[in-house]
Design a protein around this ligand. Sequence first.
Ligand code: ZN
Length: 297
Amino acid sequence: MPLKTNLVAKVGDGNHVMFWADSWVGIGPLKDRFPDMYAIAKNKRSLVKDCVFRLGSEIRWAWDWLRGPNNTAEWASFADLFKELDGVEICGGEDVWKWRPESDGRYVVANVRDQIMKMSNEAEEDQWGCWNRWVPQKINYFCWRATRNKIACKVELGKRGVPIHDMECARCGEQHEDVKHLMINCPIAKGIWWTILVWLKLPANIDFNNCEEALNVADNYIGSKSWKKVIGMICMVTMWQIWKARNEKVFQGTNVSIIRTVEDIKANLFLWLKERSKFKDINWERWCDFNVSDVIV
Ligand SMILES: [Zn+2]
């Protein structure tokens, strides 16, 4: 939910409040409560000051229409809207914004904080450059979380107060299981990345400093937009499978080998490329050899 939905304006001069889109009279924006009127209003981005004028001591409301109301339902809606506007005070001065109060009329700090947290997350998510439509949403989301150290590995759980008896990596047992170790530095992860990079015919001796670098490895090379998108996709799925294999060890005690993980990565990618990308007629044998430079252009 956009932050602004929970902000309510007390109109002063109406210079900064949008007539249809902001919450300023009743509960919620007028465009949501009177969608049929919004549909036939000429300027969807009018400010309140554009729609109000004074006639002596009286306040009048008016705006341009694409056409007038032309059926019973629209006339009823028209009447309701003007009833809503009737009695609105426009006091002049600055427009003031407030948080929508809780049902008992209080403004709760926690609510405001939650909204701000949500907003910053949404903004961060929007700005993240790696979103990839060819990869299922849950994998996109997992990778975004990994770049923000927000996955449930032992060290991160410990930081959040979950009692963890040993912090050792579930795969190698050699170091603490934080996000960077698990995804990048663990010998198992290194083996998987190495095999994938060799498959892609890219230099395999890269030391990634963090998950973001791994996801953006294609930026180091010259290639078409589609090629970079496919490489980005492969890196996302690689991270996802490293995490899946780790979970199989933690929750089922199964050791998934590097070779098996790489096979799963290739097979899932092949399916998703066929299903979700424009490269529908990619061929399995050639895919296994990443001999696709004439297809992915
Ligand atoms: Zn490890």
